[in-house]
Design a protein around this ligand. Structure first.
Ligand code: ATP
Ligand code: MG
Length: 451
């Protein structure tokens, strides 16, 4: 993409409504624009990152054997009356009536709809295990939408639902989700710690929230600092192996890590004192096993091998796709702007032309642009007739992890400059070597192609 032809409405001033850094930078970098309280338009740069995060979530869910589909945003209230949640959900649910006076709602989540689909089509253990998921907009009429996309009213969420014959099988599905979530967050350059949580209105005894540590997080968390040393890394996992998935769950959840809702002071005090941490975190996902809560209420039964009918065991599992943009920025920025991890960066590399209009500099930039594009990478070429300082400030703000700077002086010596946004370090290289280095960096990151 050439910046002169892109739509990147960067703001020079700090928007006064933004209280936290991620909100401020998302507005300043022209990623989002508020359309009403807690409701945003996703401008091209924000949309691009949203899609990259979404792609990672899809890839990791499919890798775990979970099946993508799509359910609507608007739902009929009837199913929610069946489950009993139409009244329970309270004012967070946006209720609508259509021209015939039928009660509708903008879905805050999809347990009812998916249970209805399941009961209409599945009746035997032979069709299990089954995990269906979708990534769709949700609406919760939050009392205090704030912090930009972190607590929106309309937000983008992956929600998946497992259906299993027994509790044992359903707990394997729970563990599979835990593993796939760990992988997803790591690919986004994030550490999200599974912490024991509370079931809330969805209900359930088994539930973990995934938290990204950040001062601006809304949850208070208590943990053994040893959990922060754990990484999933690039190990192979067989998602069908009960032992392997259970092993990962044990590895990642046996150390003390809890949100304030389930915090137990006595247990916490058993952690060696120098490893006890009290901090704040951003919830970027949650997994639940809730058994037969919905299948009993809605008559979703399956026939077992013994011929007997019993309610199917279920769980639901969510990732806050749109909130993740905020969480990643909270975890990765400096005073100049965002620092995107390679896995989700909107463009792989920036190209800054120090002297637009200089024949040699222009030609060198064009050829870098072509070389990067030819290997499937997406550069953002700042080809505007602006002064260098302004170009650098924009690149730093929008946070591309790598930048190639091209100027007549370097070109005389046959070099361009490759700069890491994270470390600030630069090196002089031939244009070919710079391209080669970018290619090598991204060979280790599976990034989705942007839109
Ligand atoms: P919270 O406690 O933050 O209100 P929740 O526990 O009600 O969230 P879940 O039902 O667990 O949310 O939804 C799954 C994920 O969706 C959450 O982990 C979070 O990342 C995201 N999410 C929930 N509410 C919002 C919101 N208002 N804006 C953006 N993302 C949200
Ligand atoms: Mg939650």
């Amino acid at each position: 993409m050439r910046l002169s032809r892109y739509f990147l409405p960067v703001l020079k001033e700090n928007p006064s409504e933004a209280q936290i850094v991620s909100h401020r930078y998302m507005l300043r970098a022209g990623m989002i624009k508020q359309s009403a309280a807690g409701i945003y338009s996703w401008l091209p740069l924000g949309f691009k990152v949203l899609k990259k995060i979404e792609t990672i979530v899809h890839e990791e869910q499919m890798r775990a054997g979970h099946i993508p589909m799509l359910m609507p945003t608007l739902q009929s209230a009837d199913l929610w009356k069946e489950s009993g949640r139409y009244d329970d959900y309270g004012q967070e649910m946006l209720r609508i009536s259509d021209r015939h006076g039928r009660d509708m709602l903008y879905g805050p989540t999809n347990e009812e709809l998916i249970t209805d689909i399941f009961r209409s089509h599945v009746g035997s253990y032979k069709d299990l295990p089954l995990t269906l998921y979708h990534i769709q907009w949700k609406f919760r009429d939050e009392i205090r939408p704030r912090f930009g996309v972190m607590r929106g009213r309309e937000f983008y969420m992956k929600d998946g639902y497992n259906f299993d014959l027994t509790k044992e099988d359903a707990l394997h599905a729970y563990n599979r989700h835990l593993v796939s979530y760990l992988r997803s967050y790591e690919r986004m350059g994030l550490q999200a710690i599974p912490m024991r949580a509370d079931g809330g209105p969805i209900g359930g005894d088994y539930t973990h929230e995934f938290l990204v540590l950040a001062e601006t997080g809304e949850s208070e968390v208590f943990y053994d600092s040893a959990v922060t040393d754990l990484t999933f890394g690039d190990r192979e996992i067989d998602y069908d192996s009960v032992e392997q998935c259970q092993g990962v769950l044990e590895e990642f959840t046996s150390k003390y890590a809890r949100t304030d809702e389930t915090h137990d002071e006595a247990l916490f005090n058993e952690v060696p004192e120098d490893r006890r941490r009290v901090a704040r975190g951003i919830e970027v996902g949650q997994i639940f096993y809730f058994g037969t809560k919905y299948s009993e209420a809605m008559g979703a039964n399956v026939q077992g091998p013994d011929g007997k009918q019993s309610p199917v065991h279920m769980g639901s599992h969510g990732i806050g796709v749109s909130r993740l943009l905020g969480a990643i920025i909270e975890a990765s920025h400096d005073e100049k702007g965002i620092i995107w991890p390679e896995g989700v960066t909107p463009f792989h590399c920036g190209i800054v032309n120090l002297k637009q209009g200089d024949e040699e500099a222009d030609a060198a930039c064009e050829s870098l642009y072509d070389a990067l594009t030819a290997v499937g990478l997406e550069p953002l070429y700042d080809d505007r007739k602006e002064r260098a300082g302004g170009k650098f400030a924009t690149m730093d703000l929008i946070g591309l992890p790598w930048r190639i700077t091209v100027g007549p002086r370097g070109l005389k010596n046959g070099v361009v400059e490759l700069t890491s946004r994270r470390s600030g370090e630069s090196e002089e290289l031939s244009p070919e070597a710079a391209v080669q280095k970018i290619v090598e960096i991204y060979a280790n990151h599976q990034t989705g192609r942007g839109f």
